[in-house]
Design a binder for this molecule. Structure first.
Ligand code: HGY
Ligand code: MN
Ligand code: MN
Length: 410
């Protein structure tokens, strides 16, 4: 005899707190950069929880982990999931929430004695953040066939450490070929990480897609010299090029308006001394837009500015592309399903694009895919103060339960 499955919110909050304790940093956040010891500890904990639920575990060659819950039929599962790696100044909900809510759905179905028609799968993907190794969404990109294992293994972090070596070191270079677990549908529950839902007073976001992402690294080589004795006309100041670019990126977003955003997130000078003109700068440019042509325009403006500035300053530039993904639209039927099921629970809904990258944007290459958002307090994320109200976390998990159930009974 089955009963109505219900998400256990208390258990969800407790699990989020337990996972957040791994790599905990001051202010209540997490630092579990991909493939570090902290990431391994987080992985081991979540895999243990999957085993407790009796899920069949598959680990693939890029370290993606899949927990499969049997259905009445065999065949492709309905999949949910996200990531459990974090940026260095991460919050406790980004990625983690979607994975743990997926496990709570399995737990609620167990408690209700429900076996779905199609199997369910809860997954977490390797290196979603891209904060240590690029590109971001690396594990799901390999899963979707957008990056080879060899290319992924060869990625290096700023210290020159190879991704493939770190994956082996933490014991998550699994036996399964990438793409082995091919879903019939994919749904990712995630915090919005921006201000839209909170400012609109809306609980559930039915995400329409993910904006395009352009990540590039620039290495500027100039000439170090005395900050006091060197006339301005004789300088080849790498630090100036980095600073001027950060200003230009802000200016170009202002000129373009609309959805265009731009960030110089990494900016390192050498020798980084108060009285020495920098002979080396390493900086990154993150540009995003929901419109691909506008994103290309933004790239062209920024790249031309950097080339012109380098020429006039007499410095050389090395440019490296770290990530480039075009905007992705989610499955219209999935968007409508999320909206309908949330409204059936009396929850307010809003359609919106995602400003952040997500594994769902890669899974959309394989199957009908959608995302469910819940509000982020003050729109803050990638910040230890990241926060979503418990009631909103529970509402999102309940909608995930309904959407997965609907998909798994089709
Ligand atoms: O950068 C992003 O949007 C994601 O957090 N990787
Ligand atoms: Mn995320
Ligand atoms: Mn993130």
């Amino acid at each position: 005899m089955t009963t109505t499955p219900i998400i256990d919110g208390i258990h969800l909050h407790a699990r989020l707190a337990t996972l957040a304790a791994i790599g905990a940093i001051d202010g209540g956040g997490c630092a579990r950069l991909a493939l570090t010891d902290e990431d391994k500890a987080g992985r081991d904990l979540v895999v243990g929880w999957m085993r407790e639920l009796g899920l069949a575990i598959t680990i693939d060659a890029i370290g993606n982990v899949f927990g499969l819950r049997r259905g009445r039929l065999d065949g492709p599962p309905v999949m949910t999931g996200s990531h459990i790696d974090t940026v260095r100044t991460g919050g406790r909900f980004d990625g983690n929430y979607g994975v743990l809510a997926g496990l709570e759905v399995c737990r609620a179905l167990d408690a209700a004695g429900v076996v779905t028609r199609h199997p369910l799968c809860v997954a977490f993907f390797t290196n979603e953040e891209g904060a240590r190794f690029q590109p971001d969404m690396l594990g799901s990109l390999v899963h979707a066939g957008g990056l080879t294992l060899q290319e992924a293994y060869a990625a290096t972090d700023p210290d020159g450490v190879r991704l493939g070596d770190e994956l082996s070191r933490i014991g998550y270079r699994g036996p399964a070929a990438p793409g082995t677990v091919r879903p019939r549908a994919f749904v990712e529950l995630h915090i919005e990480q921006g201000p839209v839902l909170e400012e609109a007073g809306i609980t559930i976001g039915a995400v329409t897609g993910v904006q395009g992402i352009s990540w590039h690294e620039f290495i500027v080589s100039g000439v170090s010299a005395h900050a006091g004795t060197t006339p301005m006309r004789l300088r080849h100041d790498a630090g100036y090029v980095a600073g001027a670019t950060a200003t230009f990126v802000r200016q170009i977003t202002r000129d373009m308006g609309g959805a265009q955003v731009g960030t110089v997130g990494v900016s390192e000078l050498r020798p980084n001394l108060i009285n020495v003109i920098a002979n080396r700068a390493r900086f990154t440019v993150d540009l995003r837009n929901t419109d691909e042509l506008l994103l290309q325009q933004a790239e062209n403006h920024v790249f031309a500015f950097i080339d012109e500035t380098a020429l006039s300053e007499g410095v050389s530039i090395e440019k490296r592309r770290l990530a480039r993904f075009e905007p992705v639209d989610f499955d219209p039927a999935m968007i409508g399903r999320i909206e309908r099921l949330a409204q059936a629970r009396g929850l307010s809904t809003l359609r919106l694009p995602s400003g952040a990258g997500h594994d769902a944007q890669m899974m959309a290459r394989l199957c009908p895919t959608g995302m469910i958002f819940v509000p982020s307090a003050k729109g803050l994320s990638h910040n230890v103060a990241e926060y979503t109200a418990p009631a909103d976390l529970e509402a999102g998990a309940a909608v995930l339960l309904d959407v997965l159930l609907a998909l798994a009974e089709e």
